[in-house]
Design a protein around this ligand. Structure first.
Ligand code: NAD
Length: 355
């Protein structure tokens, strides 16, 4: 069975990735049929590829027959277009960020529940190779119990500046909603427990309207902490990942690295010793436990296969066939957007936000 797909917005990501993915990978049972885009050039490109192209949503929805509508407009239209598509009877996947804020995502979930239509988001970076390798190493307990997970994208050459609609506040521009949403979604998916607090610095460096630097510190109910930092102008870049645990630490320098580098203790011991303390101008001895590390080992984890973004489409096909559970769940997307709202507030008001 081939699932018919309609696209709202046929720009860089939809034409360059979504359309290309399902038309070149024969294992993906999706068939693009029609497009709605307000830009005549983008409609002409769609027509060249054999798709029907509409210049308004009414005709696009009336043409219908879609098993899935993918929304890939600028971020400010995700909510409106997704809701209209679900109201018109179609399942929807929006590009990330799902929308501009949690209130919009709540509206999208309400429409999905009311209409019974599927709503999901293209959080494809859950299938990035580096992320999968870090997750595997954590699951394998390579560094013991983690206490701090640091996820960074530092662009040392000033690439990734906020241009076009990405630099416009009313379009949902800015780095936190662009790369930040990928990185926070990964962290929340990895940790899978409620966020306790959010503290952040989110600010423009060179951009005129929106943030192009963001650092967000999360604490979780268990005591684990995680940090996300995305910076487009960072001449001395730090590694993509550093994770600290009670038995060691691990790092990946670049997103394309094929292994996780680990440094961990080979042995340790704890003993109760007598320690000097000073009370009432007297020297006394107190029992105190002391931890000693015997040594460390360093190694790279076994190479694992790289990431595969098509897995998201494979899951979607399974969901539409009724054989699989949806991996990118609306409630997870909402939780991530609440963290982003809290990060903006934390930075604006100079406070730590309790979720
Ligand atoms: N998941 C990823 O890895 C990834 C990567 C890049 C972009 N994206 C997301 O994809 C979306 C699109 O980004 P892009 O880089 O392709 O942008 P783009 O500007 O190249 O494409 C946007 C398209 O939407 C059309 N459009 C704008 N408003 C519209 C409206 N109201 N109705 C119909 N069409 C409209 C534009 O004409 C354009 O063709 C964004 O949400 C972005 O965050 C995701």
């Amino acid at each position: 069975m081939e699932y018919k797909v309609g696209y709202i917005g046929f720009g860089g990501m939809i034409s360059g990735y979504h359309y290309a993915a399902v038309t070149t990978d024969e294992t993906l049972p999706f068939e693009p049929t029609a497009v709605f885009d307000i830009d005549p050039e983008r409609r002409a490109d769609a027509e060249k590829r054999g798709l029907l192209a509409f210049d308004n949503p009414e005709d696009f929805f009336a043409h219908g027959g879609y098993d899935l509508v993918v929304v890939g407009t600028a971020n400010n239209y995700h909510c409106e277009m997704a809701c209209r598509a679900m109201e018109a009877g179609f399942n929807v996947m929006t590009e990330k960020p799902a929308a501009r804020n949690a209130a919009e995502v709540e509206k999208m979930i309400a429409v999905s529940e009311k209409t019974g239509r599927l709503f999901t988001v293209h959080q494809n970076r859950r299938w990035d190779g580096d992320f999968l390798m870090i997750r595997q190493a954590l699951e394998d307990g390579v560094i013991g119990k983690p206490f701090m997970i640091e996820s960074r994208i530092h662009s040392k050459n000033g690439n990734g500046d906020m241009y076009g609609w990405r630099g416009m506040e009313d379009h949902g521009g800015g780095m936190l909603l662009d790369w930040g949403v990928h990185m926070l979604d990964q962290l929340l998916f990895l940790v899978n427990e409620p966020v306790k607090t959010v503290s952040a610095v989110v600010r423009p460096l060179w951009s005129e309207e929106v943030d192009d630097y963001a650092k967000v510190l999360l604490t979780f109910e268990s005591g684990l902490a995680a940090q996300m930092e995305v910076s487009t102008y960072n001449p001395i870049p730090l590694p993509r990942w550093i994770v600290y645990g009670d038995r060691g630490a691990m790092t990946m320098q670049e997103m394309g690295d094929r292994a996780v580098h680990v440094r961990r203790m080979t042995g340790d011991s704890s003993a109760v010793e007598k320690a000097k303390a000073f009370e009432d101008f007297r020297v006394v001895l107190r029992d105190q436990s002391r931890h000693r590390i015997d040594g460390f080992e360093e190694f790279d984890t076994d190479n694992t296969p790289g990431g595969d973004w098509h897995s998201l489409y494979r899951n979607l096909a399974g969901v539409l066939a009724g054989t699989e559970e949806l991996i990118v769940k609306p409630r997870q997307v909402l939780n991530c957007m609440k963290v982003i709202d809290a990060a903006f507030r934390s930075s604006r008001e100079g406070v730590t936000v309790r979720l």
